[in-house]
Design a protein around this ligand. Structure first.
Ligand code: XMP
Length: 509
Protein backbone atom coordinates (compact mmCIF):
# COMPACT_ATOMS: atom_id res chain seq x y z
CA UNK A 1 0.00 0.00 0.00
CA UNK A 2 1.26 3.49 -0.86
CA UNK A 3 2.11 5.70 2.08
CA UNK A 4 0.34 9.03 2.29
CA UNK A 5 2.94 11.76 1.89
CA UNK A 6 2.87 14.34 4.66
CA UNK A 7 2.04 17.78 3.39
CA UNK A 8 0.70 21.07 4.65
CA UNK A 9 -2.27 21.06 2.34
CA UNK A 10 -4.30 18.55 0.37
CA UNK A 11 -3.88 20.32 -3.00
CA UNK A 12 -2.83 18.09 -5.90
CA UNK A 13 -1.71 15.31 -3.61
CA UNK A 14 -2.93 11.73 -3.98
CA UNK A 15 -3.98 11.64 -0.33
CA UNK A 16 -7.70 12.00 -1.03
CA UNK A 17 -8.60 8.44 -1.93
CA UNK A 18 -11.35 8.82 -4.43
CA UNK A 19 -11.54 5.23 -5.58
CA UNK A 20 -12.63 2.25 -3.55
CA UNK A 21 -9.71 0.09 -4.67
CA UNK A 22 -7.07 -0.84 -2.10
CA UNK A 23 -8.79 0.98 0.73
CA UNK A 24 -7.21 0.66 4.17
CA UNK A 25 -9.25 -0.65 7.05
CA UNK A 26 -9.55 1.65 10.02
CA UNK A 27 -9.67 -0.13 13.38
CA UNK A 28 -10.94 0.85 16.76
CA UNK A 29 -10.80 -0.48 20.31
CA UNK A 30 -13.22 -3.39 19.97
CA UNK A 31 -11.54 -4.60 16.76
CA UNK A 32 -8.44 -5.72 18.65
CA UNK A 33 -7.12 -7.30 21.82
CA UNK A 34 -3.68 -7.19 23.41
CA UNK A 35 -1.89 -10.51 23.33
CA UNK A 36 -0.93 -11.55 26.89
CA UNK A 37 2.88 -11.60 27.40
CA UNK A 38 5.12 -13.22 30.00
CA UNK A 39 4.92 -11.09 33.12
CA UNK A 40 7.36 -10.54 35.98
CA UNK A 41 4.89 -8.19 37.68
CA UNK A 42 3.84 -9.70 41.01
CA UNK A 43 1.38 -7.03 42.02
CA UNK A 44 -0.40 -4.40 40.00
CA UNK A 45 0.87 -1.88 42.56
CA UNK A 46 4.36 -2.51 41.18
CA UNK A 47 3.66 -0.82 37.85
CA UNK A 48 4.33 2.81 37.08
CA UNK A 49 1.52 4.64 35.27
CA UNK A 50 3.25 8.00 35.05
CA UNK A 51 3.32 9.79 31.71
CA UNK A 52 3.60 13.21 30.10
CA UNK A 53 0.61 15.39 29.35
CA UNK A 54 2.87 17.73 27.40
CA UNK A 55 6.67 17.69 27.21
CA UNK A 56 6.82 19.88 30.34
CA UNK A 57 3.91 18.51 32.40
CA UNK A 58 4.03 15.11 34.07
CA UNK A 59 1.00 13.09 35.19
CA UNK A 60 0.92 10.09 37.51
CA UNK A 61 -2.02 8.53 35.69
CA UNK A 62 -2.71 9.07 31.97
CA UNK A 63 -6.26 10.35 32.48
CA UNK A 64 -7.66 13.77 31.53
CA UNK A 65 -11.25 14.84 32.06
CA UNK A 66 -12.81 16.36 28.95
CA UNK A 67 -13.49 20.06 28.49
CA UNK A 68 -17.26 19.51 28.29
CA UNK A 69 -19.86 21.43 30.27
CA UNK A 70 -21.29 18.18 31.70
CA UNK A 71 -17.86 16.88 32.68
CA UNK A 72 -15.23 19.35 33.89
CA UNK A 73 -15.50 22.36 36.13
CA UNK A 74 -13.51 23.03 39.29
CA UNK A 75 -14.73 20.05 41.32
CA UNK A 76 -13.86 17.47 38.66
CA UNK A 77 -10.51 19.15 38.03
CA UNK A 78 -9.65 18.93 41.74
CA UNK A 79 -10.67 15.24 41.90
CA UNK A 80 -8.65 14.32 38.80
CA UNK A 81 -5.54 16.26 39.85
CA UNK A 82 -5.62 14.70 43.33
CA UNK A 83 -5.61 11.24 41.74
CA UNK A 84 -2.67 12.09 39.48
CA UNK A 85 -4.46 13.10 36.26
CA UNK A 86 -5.71 16.51 35.19
CA UNK A 87 -9.02 18.20 34.36
CA UNK A 88 -9.61 20.72 31.57
CA UNK A 89 -12.17 23.39 32.50
CA UNK A 90 -14.57 23.85 29.60
CA UNK A 91 -15.00 27.22 27.86
CA UNK A 92 -18.78 27.45 27.71
CA UNK A 93 -18.96 30.10 30.41
CA UNK A 94 -17.88 33.71 30.71
CA UNK A 95 -14.17 34.50 30.81
CA UNK A 96 -14.50 35.66 34.43
CA UNK A 97 -16.21 32.43 35.46
CA UNK A 98 -13.59 30.29 33.75
CA UNK A 99 -10.78 32.23 35.41
CA UNK A 100 -12.53 31.87 38.78
CA UNK A 101 -12.79 28.09 38.28
CA UNK A 102 -9.08 27.86 37.49
CA UNK A 103 -8.20 29.99 40.51
CA UNK A 104 -10.35 27.79 42.72
CA UNK A 105 -8.45 24.68 41.68
CA UNK A 106 -5.10 26.41 42.12
CA UNK A 107 -6.02 27.48 45.65
CA UNK A 108 -7.23 24.04 46.73
CA UNK A 109 -4.38 22.41 48.61
CA UNK A 110 -2.03 25.10 47.53
CA UNK A 111 0.76 24.63 50.05
CA UNK A 112 2.19 28.11 49.65
CA UNK A 113 -0.93 30.20 49.13
CA UNK A 114 -0.06 33.41 47.31
CA UNK A 115 -2.02 36.55 48.30
CA UNK A 116 -4.13 34.81 50.96
CA UNK A 117 -7.59 36.18 51.76
CA UNK A 118 -7.20 39.31 53.88
CA UNK A 119 -9.28 42.18 55.29
CA UNK A 120 -8.38 45.68 56.46
CA UNK A 121 -8.16 46.92 60.05
CA UNK A 122 -11.57 48.60 59.73
CA UNK A 123 -13.38 45.32 58.97
CA UNK A 124 -15.98 43.88 61.35
CA UNK A 125 -16.23 40.30 62.58
CA UNK A 126 -19.30 40.04 60.37
CA UNK A 127 -17.04 40.62 57.30
CA UNK A 128 -14.65 37.94 58.50
CA UNK A 129 -17.40 35.36 58.89
CA UNK A 130 -18.81 36.27 55.46
CA UNK A 131 -15.43 35.88 53.77
CA UNK A 132 -14.76 32.59 55.56
CA UNK A 133 -18.08 31.22 54.32
CA UNK A 134 -17.78 32.53 50.79
CA UNK A 135 -14.22 31.41 50.27
CA UNK A 136 -14.53 28.27 52.37
CA UNK A 137 -11.45 29.05 54.47
CA UNK A 138 -10.80 28.84 58.21
CA UNK A 139 -8.60 31.89 58.66
CA UNK A 140 -8.48 35.51 57.48
CA UNK A 141 -5.41 37.70 57.73
CA UNK A 142 -5.68 41.34 58.74
CA UNK A 143 -3.54 43.94 56.98
CA UNK A 144 -3.16 47.71 57.09
CA UNK A 145 -3.47 50.11 54.15
CA UNK A 146 0.10 49.36 53.06
CA UNK A 147 -0.50 45.61 53.00
CA UNK A 148 1.48 45.08 56.21
CA UNK A 149 0.45 42.14 58.34
CA UNK A 150 -1.45 43.19 61.48
CA UNK A 151 -3.03 39.99 62.73
CA UNK A 152 -5.04 36.87 62.02
CA UNK A 153 -8.54 35.64 62.89
CA UNK A 154 -9.41 31.96 62.67
CA UNK A 155 -12.81 30.27 62.84
CA UNK A 156 -11.91 29.17 66.36
CA UNK A 157 -11.71 32.86 67.41
CA UNK A 158 -15.28 33.40 66.20
CA UNK A 159 -16.80 30.27 67.69
CA UNK A 160 -18.31 31.92 70.81
CA UNK A 161 -18.30 35.50 69.57
CA UNK A 162 -21.78 37.01 69.73
CA UNK A 163 -21.15 40.61 68.73
CA UNK A 164 -20.38 40.34 65.04
CA UNK A 165 -20.33 44.15 64.77
CA UNK A 166 -17.17 44.25 66.85
CA UNK A 167 -14.01 45.36 65.00
CA UNK A 168 -11.53 42.70 63.93
CA UNK A 169 -8.92 44.33 66.13
CA UNK A 170 -10.86 43.24 69.22
CA UNK A 171 -10.47 39.53 68.48
CA UNK A 172 -7.49 39.03 66.17
CA UNK A 173 -4.21 37.56 67.29
CA UNK A 174 -1.94 40.57 66.94
CA UNK A 175 1.18 40.77 64.81
CA UNK A 176 3.51 40.78 67.82
CA UNK A 177 2.15 37.38 68.89
CA UNK A 178 2.31 35.81 65.43
CA UNK A 179 4.95 33.41 64.16
CA UNK A 180 5.78 34.31 60.56
CA UNK A 181 8.29 33.19 57.93
CA UNK A 182 9.93 34.97 55.03
CA UNK A 183 8.28 34.87 51.61
CA UNK A 184 10.48 33.39 48.91
CA UNK A 185 13.05 32.10 51.41
CA UNK A 186 11.05 29.39 53.20
CA UNK A 187 10.71 25.89 51.76
CA UNK A 188 7.63 23.76 52.38
CA UNK A 189 9.68 21.47 54.67
CA UNK A 190 11.01 24.45 56.66
CA UNK A 191 7.48 25.81 57.02
CA UNK A 192 6.28 22.41 58.20
CA UNK A 193 9.05 22.25 60.82
CA UNK A 194 8.22 25.73 62.17
CA UNK A 195 4.54 24.81 62.41
CA UNK A 196 5.32 21.56 64.21
CA UNK A 197 7.77 23.20 66.63
CA UNK A 198 5.51 26.16 67.40
CA UNK A 199 2.31 24.05 67.36
CA UNK A 200 0.53 26.43 64.98
CA UNK A 201 -1.97 25.72 62.21
CA UNK A 202 -1.21 28.71 59.98
CA UNK A 203 2.08 30.34 59.05
CA UNK A 204 1.85 33.75 57.32
CA UNK A 205 4.67 34.62 54.93
CA UNK A 206 5.86 38.23 54.81
CA UNK A 207 8.43 40.15 52.78
CA UNK A 208 11.26 42.32 54.10
CA UNK A 209 8.80 45.20 54.70
CA UNK A 210 6.45 42.93 56.67
CA UNK A 211 3.89 43.00 53.86
CA UNK A 212 1.68 39.92 53.68
CA UNK A 213 2.69 37.78 50.68
CA UNK A 214 1.60 34.22 51.44
CA UNK A 215 0.30 31.62 53.85
CA UNK A 216 1.06 27.98 54.64
CA UNK A 217 -1.57 25.91 56.47
CA UNK A 218 -1.16 22.62 58.34
CA UNK A 219 -4.30 21.33 56.63
CA UNK A 220 -2.73 21.69 53.20
CA UNK A 221 0.48 20.01 54.33
CA UNK A 222 -1.53 17.05 55.65
CA UNK A 223 -3.45 16.86 52.34
CA UNK A 224 -0.11 16.22 50.67
CA UNK A 225 -0.03 12.86 52.49
CA UNK A 226 -3.66 12.09 51.68
CA UNK A 227 -3.07 12.44 47.92
CA UNK A 228 0.55 11.43 47.35
CA UNK A 229 0.05 11.01 43.58
CA UNK A 230 -1.51 14.43 43.04
CA UNK A 231 -0.53 16.37 39.93
CA UNK A 232 1.13 19.51 41.31
CA UNK A 233 3.00 22.50 39.98
CA UNK A 234 6.34 23.74 41.31
CA UNK A 235 4.55 25.71 44.03
CA UNK A 236 2.71 22.63 45.32
CA UNK A 237 -0.63 23.65 43.77
CA UNK A 238 -2.91 21.25 41.90
CA UNK A 239 -2.49 21.49 38.16
CA UNK A 240 -5.41 22.41 35.93
CA UNK A 241 -6.05 23.12 32.27
CA UNK A 242 -8.62 25.25 30.48
CA UNK A 243 -10.07 25.29 26.99
CA UNK A 244 -10.23 28.19 24.55
CA UNK A 245 -11.90 28.38 21.15
CA UNK A 246 -10.65 29.90 17.90
CA UNK A 247 -13.03 32.85 17.62
CA UNK A 248 -14.22 35.86 19.60
CA UNK A 249 -12.41 36.47 22.86
CA UNK A 250 -10.11 33.44 22.59
CA UNK A 251 -6.88 35.45 22.85
CA UNK A 252 -8.12 37.44 25.85
CA UNK A 253 -9.16 34.18 27.42
CA UNK A 254 -5.77 32.63 26.78
CA UNK A 255 -4.06 35.65 28.32
CA UNK A 256 -6.29 35.91 31.38
CA UNK A 257 -6.14 32.18 31.99
CA UNK A 258 -2.36 32.34 31.76
CA UNK A 259 -2.40 35.24 34.25
CA UNK A 260 -4.47 33.08 36.62
CA UNK A 261 -1.67 30.46 36.48
CA UNK A 262 -3.49 27.87 34.41
CA UNK A 263 -1.02 25.06 33.64
CA UNK A 264 -2.08 24.19 30.13
CA UNK A 265 -4.45 25.48 27.46
CA UNK A 266 -6.50 23.30 25.15
CA UNK A 267 -7.46 24.66 21.77
CA UNK A 268 -10.96 23.30 21.40
CA UNK A 269 -12.09 22.97 17.79
CA UNK A 270 -13.88 20.02 16.22
CA UNK A 271 -11.90 20.10 12.94
CA UNK A 272 -8.41 20.99 14.10
CA UNK A 273 -6.73 20.45 10.74
CA UNK A 274 -7.84 23.84 9.49
CA UNK A 275 -6.68 27.40 8.86
CA UNK A 276 -8.72 28.52 11.86
CA UNK A 277 -6.90 26.21 14.25
CA UNK A 278 -3.44 26.86 12.84
CA UNK A 279 -3.89 30.66 13.00
CA UNK A 280 -5.18 30.35 16.56
CA UNK A 281 -2.24 28.16 17.65
CA UNK A 282 0.24 30.69 16.27
CA UNK A 283 -1.52 33.62 17.92
CA UNK A 284 -1.85 31.88 21.28
CA UNK A 285 1.77 30.74 21.30
CA UNK A 286 2.85 34.30 20.45
CA UNK A 287 0.68 35.84 23.17
CA UNK A 288 1.29 33.37 26.01
CA UNK A 289 4.50 31.66 24.98
CA UNK A 290 5.15 30.25 28.46
CA UNK A 291 1.96 28.14 28.57
CA UNK A 292 1.86 24.65 27.09
CA UNK A 293 -0.75 24.29 24.37
CA UNK A 294 -2.69 21.15 23.46
CA UNK A 295 -4.29 21.45 20.03
CA UNK A 296 -6.83 19.37 18.17
CA UNK A 297 -8.82 17.56 17.25
CA UNK A 298 -7.26 15.77 14.35
CA UNK A 299 -7.24 12.21 13.02
CA UNK A 300 -4.47 12.10 10.41
CA UNK A 301 -0.67 12.32 10.33
CA UNK A 302 -0.94 15.40 8.09
CA UNK A 303 -3.12 17.05 10.71
CA UNK A 304 -0.63 16.14 13.43
CA UNK A 305 2.30 17.51 11.41
CA UNK A 306 0.59 20.83 10.65
CA UNK A 307 -0.50 21.49 14.25
CA UNK A 308 2.95 20.63 15.52
CA UNK A 309 4.54 22.92 12.93
CA UNK A 310 2.22 25.71 14.06
CA UNK A 311 3.52 25.32 17.62
CA UNK A 312 1.32 22.78 19.47
CA UNK A 313 3.02 21.07 22.43
CA UNK A 314 0.59 18.20 22.34
CA UNK A 315 -1.95 16.99 19.81
CA UNK A 316 -5.42 15.69 20.58
CA UNK A 317 -6.60 12.88 18.34
CA UNK A 318 -10.22 11.90 17.78
CA UNK A 319 -12.74 12.96 15.15
CA UNK A 320 -16.19 11.60 15.83
CA UNK A 321 -14.97 9.03 18.34
CA UNK A 322 -16.77 10.42 21.38
CA UNK A 323 -19.81 8.77 22.95
CA UNK A 324 -22.02 11.77 22.22
CA UNK A 325 -20.59 12.56 18.78
CA UNK A 326 -22.49 12.32 15.53
CA UNK A 327 -19.82 14.01 13.39
CA UNK A 328 -19.20 10.83 11.42
CA UNK A 329 -22.92 10.43 10.72
CA UNK A 330 -23.58 14.08 9.89
CA UNK A 331 -20.45 14.73 7.82
CA UNK A 332 -19.35 11.27 6.75
CA UNK A 333 -15.85 12.13 8.04
CA UNK A 334 -13.65 10.53 10.66
CA UNK A 335 -11.08 7.81 11.24
CA UNK A 336 -11.67 4.88 13.58
CA UNK A 337 -9.91 5.85 16.75
CA UNK A 338 -7.18 3.24 17.16
CA UNK A 339 -5.97 3.71 13.57
CA UNK A 340 -6.07 7.51 14.03
CA UNK A 341 -3.94 7.26 17.18
CA UNK A 342 -1.46 4.90 15.56
CA UNK A 343 -1.13 7.06 12.41
CA UNK A 344 -0.67 10.32 14.34
CA UNK A 345 1.64 8.84 16.95
CA UNK A 346 4.50 8.35 14.50
CA UNK A 347 4.52 12.07 13.70
CA UNK A 348 4.17 13.07 17.36
CA UNK A 349 7.00 10.79 18.43
CA UNK A 350 9.37 12.11 15.77
CA UNK A 351 8.57 15.69 16.78
CA UNK A 352 8.86 15.19 20.54
CA UNK A 353 5.30 16.27 21.28
CA UNK A 354 2.75 14.19 23.17
CA UNK A 355 -0.47 12.64 21.92
CA UNK A 356 -3.83 12.54 23.68
CA UNK A 357 -6.42 9.97 22.60
CA UNK A 358 -9.71 11.81 22.91
CA UNK A 359 -13.13 10.15 22.87
CA UNK A 360 -14.54 6.67 22.76
CA UNK A 361 -12.95 5.28 25.94
CA UNK A 362 -15.55 2.96 27.48
CA UNK A 363 -13.45 0.94 29.89
CA UNK A 364 -9.92 0.54 31.26
CA UNK A 365 -9.03 -1.94 28.49
CA UNK A 366 -9.57 0.84 25.94
CA UNK A 367 -7.07 3.02 27.83
CA UNK A 368 -4.43 0.28 27.68
CA UNK A 369 -5.09 -0.25 23.96
CA UNK A 370 -4.84 3.47 23.19
CA UNK A 371 -1.48 3.71 25.00
CA UNK A 372 -0.12 0.72 23.08
CA UNK A 373 -1.29 2.36 19.85
CA UNK A 374 0.83 5.40 20.70
CA UNK A 375 -1.12 7.75 22.98
CA UNK A 376 0.56 9.29 26.02
CA UNK A 377 -2.75 9.86 27.80
CA UNK A 378 -6.50 9.68 27.22
CA UNK A 379 -9.26 12.24 27.49
CA UNK A 380 -12.51 10.99 28.96
CA UNK A 381 -15.99 12.51 28.78
CA UNK A 382 -19.09 10.46 29.40
CA UNK A 383 -17.45 7.90 31.68
CA UNK A 384 -16.96 10.73 34.17
CA UNK A 385 -20.18 12.60 33.39
CA UNK A 386 -22.33 10.53 35.76
CA UNK A 387 -20.36 11.37 38.89
CA UNK A 388 -20.88 13.75 41.82
CA UNK A 389 -18.08 16.01 40.60
CA UNK A 390 -19.51 16.56 37.11
CA UNK A 391 -21.70 19.66 36.68
CA UNK A 392 -25.46 19.08 36.59
CA UNK A 393 -28.17 17.49 38.68
CA UNK A 394 -29.17 13.87 39.12
CA UNK A 395 -32.31 12.97 37.14
CA UNK A 396 -34.61 9.99 37.63
CA UNK A 397 -35.95 7.55 35.04
CA UNK A 398 -38.17 5.17 36.99
CA UNK A 399 -36.15 4.26 40.07
CA UNK A 400 -32.79 4.68 38.39
CA UNK A 401 -30.56 7.72 38.85
CA UNK A 402 -28.80 9.36 35.90
CA UNK A 403 -26.97 12.54 34.95
CA UNK A 404 -27.25 14.41 31.68
CA UNK A 405 -24.32 14.61 29.30
CA UNK A 406 -24.19 16.25 25.90
CA UNK A 407 -21.92 16.92 22.98
CA UNK A 408 -20.57 20.45 22.96
CA UNK A 409 -21.78 20.65 19.36
CA UNK A 410 -25.28 19.43 20.28
CA UNK A 411 -28.37 21.55 19.71
CA UNK A 412 -28.91 21.90 23.48
CA UNK A 413 -25.36 23.12 24.10
CA UNK A 414 -25.60 25.60 21.23
CA UNK A 415 -28.94 26.95 22.46
CA UNK A 416 -27.55 27.44 25.97
CA UNK A 417 -24.44 29.14 24.61
CA UNK A 418 -26.42 31.62 22.47
CA UNK A 419 -28.81 32.27 25.34
CA UNK A 420 -25.95 32.91 27.75
CA UNK A 421 -24.36 35.33 25.29
CA UNK A 422 -27.74 37.01 24.65
CA UNK A 423 -27.55 36.06 20.96
CA UNK A 424 -30.44 33.62 20.65
CA UNK A 425 -32.86 34.95 18.03
CA UNK A 426 -36.34 35.45 19.36
CA UNK A 427 -35.31 35.80 23.00
CA UNK A 428 -34.90 39.58 22.87
CA UNK A 429 -37.89 40.26 20.65
CA UNK A 430 -39.15 39.67 17.15
CA UNK A 431 -36.48 41.67 15.32
CA UNK A 432 -33.16 40.03 14.69
CA UNK A 433 -30.50 42.16 16.32
CA UNK A 434 -26.94 42.29 15.14
CA UNK A 435 -25.11 39.10 16.08
CA UNK A 436 -28.25 37.12 16.87
CA UNK A 437 -28.46 33.61 15.53
CA UNK A 438 -31.26 31.34 14.54
CA UNK A 439 -30.98 27.75 15.76
CA UNK A 440 -32.74 26.43 12.67
CA UNK A 441 -29.50 27.04 10.72
CA UNK A 442 -27.44 25.10 13.21
CA UNK A 443 -26.33 21.58 12.21
CA UNK A 444 -25.53 19.70 15.41
CA UNK A 445 -22.64 17.24 15.53
CA UNK A 446 -23.42 15.99 19.00
CA UNK A 447 -26.34 14.61 20.97
CA UNK A 448 -27.81 15.10 24.43
CA UNK A 449 -28.00 11.91 26.50
CA UNK A 450 -28.13 10.48 30.00
CA UNK A 451 -25.56 8.29 31.72
CA UNK A 452 -26.07 6.21 34.89
CA UNK A 453 -25.23 8.05 38.10
CA UNK A 454 -22.04 6.54 39.51
CA UNK A 455 -21.35 8.37 42.80
CA UNK A 456 -17.93 9.92 43.40
CA UNK A 457 -15.50 10.35 40.51
CA UNK A 458 -12.65 8.94 42.58
CA UNK A 459 -14.04 5.40 42.49
CA UNK A 460 -14.49 5.62 38.70
CA UNK A 461 -10.95 6.94 38.26
CA UNK A 462 -9.50 4.26 40.55
CA UNK A 463 -11.32 1.49 38.66
CA UNK A 464 -9.87 2.79 35.42
CA UNK A 465 -6.41 3.10 36.94
CA UNK A 466 -6.64 -0.38 38.50
CA UNK A 467 -7.70 -1.92 35.18
CA UNK A 468 -4.85 -0.14 33.41
CA UNK A 469 -2.37 -1.48 35.98
CA UNK A 470 -3.63 -5.01 35.38
CA UNK A 471 -3.45 -4.33 31.63
CA UNK A 472 0.25 -3.47 31.99
CA UNK A 473 0.80 -6.68 33.91
CA UNK A 474 -0.86 -8.75 31.14
CA UNK A 475 1.54 -7.13 28.68
CA UNK A 476 4.52 -7.86 30.93
CA UNK A 477 5.17 -4.12 31.30
CA UNK A 478 6.18 -2.26 34.43
CA UNK A 479 5.81 1.19 32.86
CA UNK A 480 3.95 2.86 30.02
CA UNK A 481 7.17 2.96 28.04
CA UNK A 482 7.49 -0.84 28.36
CA UNK A 483 3.80 -1.19 27.54
CA UNK A 484 4.36 0.59 24.24
CA UNK A 485 7.26 -1.65 23.27
CA UNK A 486 5.76 -4.93 24.59
CA UNK A 487 2.14 -4.46 23.54
CA UNK A 488 1.06 -6.63 20.62
CA UNK A 489 -2.36 -6.28 19.03
CA UNK A 490 -4.36 -9.13 17.58
CA UNK A 491 -7.32 -8.35 15.38
CA UNK A 492 -10.55 -10.08 16.40
CA UNK A 493 -13.86 -10.87 14.73
CA UNK A 494 -17.38 -10.00 15.82
CA UNK A 495 -17.61 -13.49 17.29
CA UNK A 496 -14.40 -12.87 19.20
CA UNK A 497 -15.93 -9.73 20.64
CA UNK A 498 -18.98 -11.69 21.79
CA UNK A 499 -16.61 -14.12 23.51
CA UNK A 500 -14.82 -11.21 25.21
CA UNK A 501 -17.97 -10.08 27.01
CA UNK A 502 -20.02 -12.01 29.58
CA UNK A 503 -22.00 -14.51 27.53
CA UNK A 504 -24.50 -17.30 28.01
CA UNK A 505 -25.27 -16.09 31.53
CA UNK A 506 -27.84 -13.70 32.94
CA UNK A 507 -25.96 -10.70 34.33
CA UNK A 508 -28.93 -8.70 35.63
CA UNK A 509 -29.65 -10.14 39.08
P1 XMP B 1 -16.30 10.38 25.37
O1 XMP B 1 -16.47 9.18 24.49
O2 XMP B 1 -15.25 10.15 26.41
O3 XMP B 1 -15.78 11.52 24.40
O4 XMP B 1 -17.59 10.84 25.96
C1 XMP B 1 -15.48 12.82 24.84
C2 XMP B 1 -15.00 13.66 23.69
O5 XMP B 1 -16.02 13.84 22.70
C3 XMP B 1 -15.73 15.01 21.95
N1 XMP B 1 -16.95 15.80 21.83
C4 XMP B 1 -17.67 15.89 20.69
N2 XMP B 1 -17.46 15.39 19.46
N3 XMP B 1 -19.48 16.36 18.72
C5 XMP B 1 -18.36 15.63 18.47
O6 XMP B 1 -18.18 15.17 17.33
C6 XMP B 1 -19.76 16.91 19.94
O7 XMP B 1 -20.78 17.55 20.13
C7 XMP B 1 -18.80 16.67 20.97
N4 XMP B 1 -18.72 17.06 22.28
C8 XMP B 1 -17.60 16.51 22.76
C9 XMP B 1 -14.66 15.76 22.67
O8 XMP B 1 -13.45 15.59 21.96
C10 XMP B 1 -14.64 15.08 24.04
O9 XMP B 1 -13.40 15.18 24.69
Amino acid sequence: MKRVPLSSSNKGKPSARKTLANLRTGLTYDDVLLVPRYSRIRSRHDVDTSTKLTPKIALNIPIISANMDTVTEGEMAVALAREGGIGIIHRFMSLDEQVAQVRRVKRTESIMIESPYALGLDAKLFDVRKMMREKNVGGILIIDGKGKLQGIITSRDLRFEEDLNAPVTSVMTKRKDLVVATWGKTSIDQAKKVMEDMKIEKLPLVDSKDRLRGLVTAKDILKRKEFPNATKDSKGRLRVGAAVGVRGDFLDRAKELADSDVDVLVLDIAHGHSDHAIDAIKKIKKTVSNIELIAGNIATPEGARDLIRAGADSIKVGVGSGSICITRIVTGSGVPQLTAISDCSRVAKDSGVTLIADGGIRNSGDITKSLVAGADSVMIGSLLAGTDESPGEIVFRGNQRYKVTRGMASMAARRDQLEREGRLKGIKGEMQNHGEEDLSDYVPEGVEAIVPYKGGAVSVIRQLEGGLRSGLSYCGASSLRELRSNGQFIRITDVGLVESKPHDVITEL
